[in-house]
Ligand binder design. Structure first.
Ligand SMILES: *Cc1c(COP(=O)(O)O)cnc(C)c1O
Length: 466
C-alpha cells in the first residue's frame, strides 16, 4: 500500500516510511492511496480467530509489500503477549442492546497500548532491516507517554525521551513513566505546562539539522500506523455480534479523533457499521461540529477525563479529506483557514454527509459522575470517566436491532479519585502494577527552554549509543 498526504504536497510513501515519518512534510496527514476492501467471505474467515491473528490479517493489506503476513503474525503475537485478559479486547453487556468493549488490558491500562505495543514491534522490525536507529521524542499530559515508554523500553534501536509537565500529571501517570529504568528511556520533568512541553517538542522537530542528526521520530496519534493498529478491535467486536450479515454501531470517547477514525476506516473497508457516536466532555468541539457545524477552537478546561481535554482533534483532517472527495487543495485551504481564524469553514454538504454516520454527545463532570454512579448501581459495572462518557453516548444513540458497542478506554484504577467520588469504591491496580508506589523513580528536571531539552536529548542518545 502506498500513502498520500491530505494536503497533496508531500512525497507518496510506503507503509514503513509512513511509520517512521509521522506527519507529512506539507503539514498534512498520511492516508492509504486506496482503501482495501474485504469481501463477505474475507470477513467471515476472520470470525473466531485469536485477537493477535485477526489483527495481523487486518493489518496485512496496509503493510504490504513492506511487511508480509507471516512477519505481522509474529509481531502481533509479541505485541499482545503481556495483556492481562485472554480475549485481549473482551466484550461485556451492560444494558439491553448496549455492550462495552474493554481496550485497557495492556501494560499501562489505557487503550493507547492497543496500537502503541504494535508500533514498538513495527519500529524494531523496520529499524533492524535498515540497520538504523531513531530517537522518539514526545510530550505527554499522561497516557500517551507511558504507553510509548512501555512499547519502546529495552529496544536497542530506539531511544525514547518523554517530556511531562513537572507536578501536573497524576501520581499514577507519572510513576508509570518514571519507574521504567531501561537505559533507552529518559523522562524529563519540564518546569512548565503541557502546552510548553508540546511547543518544545515542536521546536526540536523544526530544527532540521538537529532533527536529522538525532534521527527524531514521533509516535503521536497522527502516525498512520497507530490508526491502522486500532482497526482490528472494531472488526473483532462486529464479527462477534453477527457482522458481516448484521449491522453494529460504536460509541467512542473521543479526543484527537484517532480511535473513532479507525472505526470509520473499518466501515470504509466494508465492515457493516451503521452509526459512530462521539462522546466528549466539556471540551466539546466535535460535538458542537456534529450538532451545529460549529468547529470553533475554545480554551481547554480541565475535566474528569483528562485524555479528552483537547482544543483541536488533529485526526479530523483525515475524515475531512475523505468527505471532500479527496480534494487535497480544498482540505489544505480549510485547514490553513482553521489555524488562522480558529474556526473551520466546513461546507454544508460535507457536514450533512458527516452526520449520516456520526453523532455527538457531550457530558460535563457532574453528568459524568452521575453516569459512573448509575452504571455501578444498575449494571454493576465500573467505568472510568472516559469510558462512562462513551457508554452514555452509546445509550443515547442506540437503535432497536443494532447492537451498540461502547469502547472502554481506561481502567478505572487509573482514576481512583473520580471512582471514589462517584461510587465509594477504590478500584485496585492490576497485579503487575500493585507495587507501583514502592518502585524507584528516575527523571531529570529541566527548565522549559529548547536549549536545555536539546542538551538532554543529545546526552540521552549518546548514553544509549551502541
Ligand atoms: C487518548 C484517550 C482517549 C481519546 O482517544 P482519541 O484517539 O484521541 O480520540 C480517550 N480515552 C482515553 C483513556 C485515552 O487515553
Amino acid at each position: 500500500m502506498r500513502y498520500i498526504s491530505t494536503r497533496g504536497n508531500a512525497p507518496v510513501l510506503s507503509f514503513a516510511d509512513v511509520l517512521l515519518t509521522g506527519l507529512a512534510e506539507d503539514g498534512g496527514l498520511y492516508l492509504p492511496e486506496t482503501w482495501p476492501e474485504f469481501s463477505l467471505p474475507d470477513w467471515e474467515s476472520l470470525r473466531g480467530l485469536p485477537y493477535p491473528e485477526l489483527a495481523a490479517r487486518v493489518l496485512a493489506p496496509f503493510a504490504a509489500p513492506d511487511i508480509d503476513l507471516e512477519t505481522l503474525r509474529g509481531l502481533c503475537a509479541k505485541a499482545y503477549a503481556n495483556f492481562d485478559h485472554p480475549a485481549i479486547v473482551p466484550l461485556t453487556q451492560v444494558e439491553d442492546g448496549l455492550f462495552v468493549q474493554e481496550l485497557f488490558h495492556g501494560p499501562t491500562l489505557a487503550f493507547k497500548d492497543m496500537a502503541m505495543q504494535v508500533l514498538g514491534q513495527l519500529f524494531e522490525h523496520v529499524l533492524t532491516q535498515r540497520n538504523d536507529h531513531v530517537t522518539i521524542v514526545g510530550a505527554t499530559s499522561g497516557d500517551t507517554g507511558s504507553a510509548a515508554i512501555e512499547a519502546c523500553r529495552g529496544r536497542d534501536r530506539l531511544s525514547v525521551i518523554i517530556l511531562h509537565p513537572k507536578g501536573r500529571t497524576s501520581e499514577v501517570q507519572r510513576r508509570q513513566m518514571t519507574t521504567v529504568l531501561d537505559s533507552n528511556v529518559t523522562n524529563l520533568a519540564v518546569e512548565g505546562t503541557f502546552d510548553d512541553c508540546q511547543d518544545l517538542v515542536k521546536a526540536l522537530f523544526a530544527d532540521l539539522p538537529f532533527r536529522r542528526e538525532m534521527h527524531l521520530s514521533a509516535v503521536n496519534s497522527i502516525n498512520w500506523a497507530r490508526i491502522a493498529a486500532q482497526i482490528p478491535y472494531y472488526v473483532y467486536a462486529a464479527l462477534n455480534f453477527g457482522a458481516p450479515e448484521r449491522e453494529v454501531s460504536f460509541a467512542v470517547p473521543t479526543g484527537n479523533f484517532g480511535n473513532i477514525l479507525a472505526a470509520w476506516a473499518a466501515r470504509k473497508m466494508g465492515l457493516p457499521i451503521k452509526h459512530l457516536c462521539v462522546g466528549s466532555n466539556r471540551n466539546d468541539i466535535l460535538t458542537r461540529f456534529l450538532n451545529a457545524n460549529d468547529m470553533t477552537i475554545k480554551g481547554v478546561v480541565p475535566s474528569l477525563s483528562p485524555s479528552m481535554d483537547i482544543q483541536v482533534s488533529s485526526n479530523f483532517e483525515r475524515l475531512l479529506f475523505e468527505l471532500l472527495g479527496r480534494d487535497s487543495a480544498a482540505c489544505a485551504r480549510i485547514m490553513t483557514g482553521f489555524r488562522a481564524t480558529g474556526h473551520m469553514d466546513v461546507p454544508e454538504e460535507v457536514w450533512e454527509n458527516a452526520r449520516t454516520v456520526f453523532s455527538g454527545l457531550a457530558l460535563d463532570d457532574e453528568q459524568t459522575e452521575a453516569e459512573i454512579r448509575n452504571l455501578h448501581q444498575k449494571s454493576n459495572y465500573l467505568a472510568d470517566p472516559h469510558s462512562a462518557i462513551g457508554i452514555a453516548a452509546g445509550r443515547k444513540f442506540r437503535q432497536p436491532g443494532v447492537p451498540m458497542i461502547a469502547e472502554a478506554t481506561a481502567h478505572p484504577a487509573k482514576f481512583p479519585d473520580a471512582m471514589v467520588a462517584a461510587t465509594g469504591i477504590h478500584p485496585a491496580l492490576p497485579v503487575h502494577l500493585e507495587d507501583l508506589f514502592e518502585r524507584e523513580e528516575r527523571y531529570r528536571t529541566v527548565p522549559a527552554t529548547a536549549g536545555a531539552i536539546k542538551d538532554a536529548v543529545r546526552a540521552a542518545v549518546l548514553a544509549n549509543a551502541p
